[in-house]
Each structure stands twice: as C-alpha cells, then as structure tokens.
Design a protein around this ligand. Structure first.
Ligand SMILES: O=C(O)CCC(=O)C(=O)O
Ligand SMILES: [Fe+2]
Length: 360
C-alpha cells in the first residue's frame, strides 16, 4: 500500500496581525482547507518555550499511572485520559484511540482549576505561561481572520478574552506510543488508529509537533486522506531560513465554522501510525501539544456580521447539510429561538464524544 501524497498548505507569517493582505490569505486557507501553518518566527513563542513544553509533557507521561489516576478526566473535559479512553470516531473504531492525553483548562489567578499530578505540581506557572502564549498567538490569528472577514478587527478577540470570564479553552499534552511499546501490542493495522477521524470543537486549534514524529492526516475535499508534513515544503522559510521550531499547524474548529455558516471549514482529521512505523523500520513515539481556543462561555453565537459571511450564506448550499460544523449554522437559527452560547455548543459536542450523559 502506497502512502498518499502529502497536502501542501500555505505557511502564513503572523508577525503583523494588522496586515490586511495576510488576513485575506489566512481567510482563503481557512475557507479552502480549514488548515494552515503559521511560521514559527513571528509567533509569541521561542524554540525554548516549545522545547520546555514538550519536556513537561514527557515527564508527565513517564510518571506512574497511580499518580495520573488521581487526575482522571472529568465531565468538564479537564484531566488525564489513558490509553483507549477516548474514542474520537466511535462509528468506525473497534478500540479506543491509541494515545494518552492530559487536558488543562483555564488558570485563575495563576492557579490550575483542577488537580495536578506530583510530576507537574512544581511546574504550574510554566504550564500557565505556555497556555498564555498560546492564547496570545490565537489573538493574532483571530485578528487576522477578522480582517479577512472585513469585520471589526477585535470582533473575535474581545469574545475570546479569558480575563472577562470562563472559557472552554484547553491546553492538551498528547502521547502516542510507538508500535514497539507494550501498550500498543493489540494494534491491528486494519482496524485501529492512534486518534480516530474527528473535527475539533472550538474556534481554532494550535498544534505543535516534533521533527521526525509524523502521523496527522486530513480529509481532503477530494475525499482522500492526506498526510500533513511536520515541516512543509523544502523545510525552509520563504527567505531560505530554518524555522526556529516546526511551524504551528492551525485548524478551524466546529464552533467557528458554525459561527461563520460554514465559510470557515472545520476539516476532519486523524492520527495514524505512518507506513514506515507499521513496517517496523522506524518506530517512533509521537508527542504533540495542542491548544483548543474557545470563546468566553457566555458568548452568544449570533451570526458573524459583515458582507463576506453574508455573501457566503446567500450563495452557499452547505447550510444544514452537515458541512458547516456541528448543529447547522448560526445564520439558520429558526425565528423566535435564542442563539446558542459558546458553552452550550461545546457541551453538545462533548456529550457526543465522551457520552458523559450516559453515566449521570
Ligand atoms: O496530535 C495530533 O496530531 C492531533 C490531535 C488532535 O487532532 C486532537 O487532539 O484534536
Ligand atoms: Fe483534532
């Protein structure tokens, strides 16, 4: 079986979040693929920040299971989920995802609002700082998307400001053990996957990856699975320089797709064991850091204003056909019904994935 052709996505420089042309380029990519890279130079991160984040994640996943057990994931989506606990594509998966994850919710006055395991307790402020940098980078991206949509530049950022109220934003450490680990013994190539096909729930997602640890694939408009390279193109920036760390992969989530009536695409993706890994020549653990950015819980998802979304709404046939993010589009709300809040939108998605309702 041949590995399919990798997808080519644009790499966008977000160092100036007020550049209209960059906003348009970002909107184009978000509307066409739902995925794009941002150049790691011109974000709010240094290579050291990112290395340090991965270091903490490794330390956590290597810690004893009994310590992680005390931080088990809760219905608020915070905490640790062990191997096979999450099943992102329950219709097609026989076994849960071949991964472990640790989710951190909002920090308040510098403190995590959830139990932290002993391996991470001494690092609370570093984790908070990393989440803060993620939020800052998302502010740049959301400003550029607003420019592209020709609405007030702070339309999204004022609604994603965690200092104004609780949000559903999550920083997530992920660990996908290689096929040489004991915990992947039961893996069967025909039936199993590292993370099942899914779309993300929030506004935008940032994904940090490590060189040499591939696995992400996206479902293309041609209805094929395409691997996403960790470092795109020839591995260098447009100016022929090396990236300080692999470009951050950004994707649009269901909520932002819903909010823009499907103009921005929430693209289905999954994580697999790459062919080389399956053939046993190149066993690699994969670690990723993910930031799911969500609006403040109380945000009402009234349709995003402006001519760009309006024109899309008038010309698109997608509304109500399951391609505009979960639950139709904000613009197709029946008369007399109140808009969903960001919190309600998230809860409906989480219930569909974890089935928390069933256990209540
Ligand atoms: O780890 C990855 O590569 C992707 C993770 C992901 O898609 C998710 O957690 O939603
Ligand atoms: Fe995802």
């Amino acid at each position: 079986m041949a590995e399919s052709t990798p997808i080519e996505l644009p790499v966008i420089d977000i160092s100036n979040p007020h550049d209209f042309a960059v906003g348009k380029a970002m909107l184009d990519a978000a509307a066409k693929y739902g995925f794009l890279y941002v150049n790691s130079k011109g974000t709010d991160f240094t290579a050291e920040d990112v290395d340090h984040g991965f270091g903490l994640s490794k330390k956590f996943f290597a810690s004893p299971a009994v310590e992680k057990e005390n931080c088990r994931i809760e219905p608020n989506n915070r905490g640790w989920s062990g191997m096979h606990i999450e099943t992102l594509d329950p219709e097609h998966q026989r076994t849960g995802d071949f991964k472990e994850a640790m989710n951190f919710g909002d920090f308040k006055d510098g403190k995590a609002q959830q139990p932290l395991p002993p391996s991470l307790q001494p690092h609370e402020s570093e984790i908070k700082d990393f989440a803060g940098l993620c939020n800052k980078t998302c502010t740049r991206i959301l400003t550029l998307l607003a420019l592209g949509l020709e609405i007030t530049p702070d339309f999204f950022t004022t609604r994603h400001d965690p200092s104004t109220g609780p949000t559903g934003s999550i920083l997530r450490y992920l660990f996908y053990p290689s096929l040489q680990r004991e915990s992947t013994k039961s893996y069967s190539h025909d039936r199993d996957v590292r993370a099942g096909a899914h779309s993300d729930y929030g506004s935008i997602t940032l994904l940090f990856q490590r060189p040499g640890q591939p696995g992400l694939e996206i479902f293309t408009p041609e209805r094929t699975w395409a691997p996403v390279p960790i470092i795109p193109g020839n591995g260098l920036t447009k100016d022929g320089e090396e990236y300080p760390f692999p470009p951050i992969l950004v994707n649009i989530g269901d909520l932002l797709s819903y909010w823009t009536d499907g103009l921005l695409k929430s693209t289905v993706h999954r994580v697999v064991f790459p062919l080389a890994e399956q053939q046993g020549d190149d066993a690699r653990d994969r670690y990723t850091l993910v930031y799911f950015c969500h609006p403040v819980d109380s945000t009402e998802l009234v349709p995003v204003p402006g001519e760009v979304v309006k024109l899309h709404r008038e010309t698109s046939e997608g509304i109500g056909q399951g391609v505009v993010g979960f639950g139709g589009g904000a613009g197709s709300l029946e008369k007399g019904k109140r808009p969903l809040t960001a919190h309600e939108h998230l809860m409906s998605r989480l219930e569909a994935t974890y089935g928390f309702k069933k256990d209540e």
